[in-house]
Design a protein around this ligand. Structure first.
Ligand code: FPP
Length: 246
């Protein structure tokens, strides 16, 4: 179809359909250069574009990135305010490119604590890209896995209280329908940069059977080549979901 962005042909065999990334190491990257932490976050934002653009070339359909956690409010007021400004600028600056390159953007996390201007930009970007299907980019902003499960449980309990859901009908398939990620497949591969081997409250329910890659590279140094290599390595893994070797 003319005008609709199409995936490239050099796809990686066995490529993960959904990759989630904990983008860590911006602060250390900046400190190593004698610069303020926000300098690292700005460099990190430039990497986001490169990685998103590489997704259709390698066959990644869903990319979910951890931009700001429910715990990140504990950082200094300067860093938090700087990150919020960066998110607003990112949305304004990237909207056109995201629309034309076929990227559908969604946000997960609790929006209530975010400022109205940012919320409006997030809503507008979701609406502006809603018809796109080439890559599904999900940005986790004021997101915490436990917070998400608690908010989901509250909504589920509300449905039980109102008689829309019977407790006997609650099973493993029920709760995910209340999660922020209810329209997304579970991540196949979760990558964390910067040498830390923790999941830090990211996609706790959804990553029950994900493969993990903890790599030393700091996020601002993470290239699309390294991303491609990790996706290629995933293709060689044997996923058993608790069963035996096939
Ligand atoms: C963790 O590194 C990173 C963050 C808390 C922010 C992530 C934000 C970006 C990559 C920038 C922009 C994102 C978008 C979507 C525009 P850290 O600061 O904890 O690093 P450190 O562990 O070295 O201190």
């Amino acid at each position: 179809m003319a005008g609709v962005p199409q995936p490239q042909v050099n796809l990686i065999p066995g490529c993960p359909r959904h990759v989630a990334i904990i983008m860590d190491g911006n602060g250390r990257w900046a400190t190593q250069r004698g610069r303020p932490r926000l300098y690292g976050h700005h460099a990190g934002a430039r990497r986001v574009r490169e990685i998103v653009e590489s997704c259709p070339q390698i066959g990644v359909e869903y990319l979910t990135i951890f931009a700001f956690s429910t715990e990140n409010w504990k950082r200094t007021q300067v860093e938090v305010a700087g990150l919020m400004t960066l998110f607003r600028r990112y949305i304004v600056k990237e909207t056109r490119a995201l629309i034309t390159s076929g990227v559908r953007v969604r946000f997960i996390g609790d929006r209530l604590r975010l400022d109205d201007k940012l919320i409006a930009l997030m809503n507008d970007l979701e609406t502006a890209t809603a018809q796109n299907t080439l890559v599904h980019l999900t940005i986790a902003l004021n997101y915490g896995g436990r917070d998400e499960v608690a908010r989901a449980t509250k909504r589920l309990a509300g449905d039980v209280a109102e008689g829309r859901l019977h407790p006997d009908d609650v099973d493993e398939e029920t709760l995910p329908r209340y999660l922020d990620t209810h329209v997304l497949p579970d991540p196949d591969l979760v990558i964390r940069t910067s040498g830390e081997a923790r999941i830090s409250n990211f996609l706790l329910w959804q990553s029950a059977y994900s493969e993990y890659e903890f790599i030393d590279t700091l996020w601002p140094d993470f290239t699309s080549d390294e991303f491609k290599n990790l996706c290629a390595a995933f293709g060689g893994r044997d996923r058993r979901y608790g069963g035996v070797l096939g």
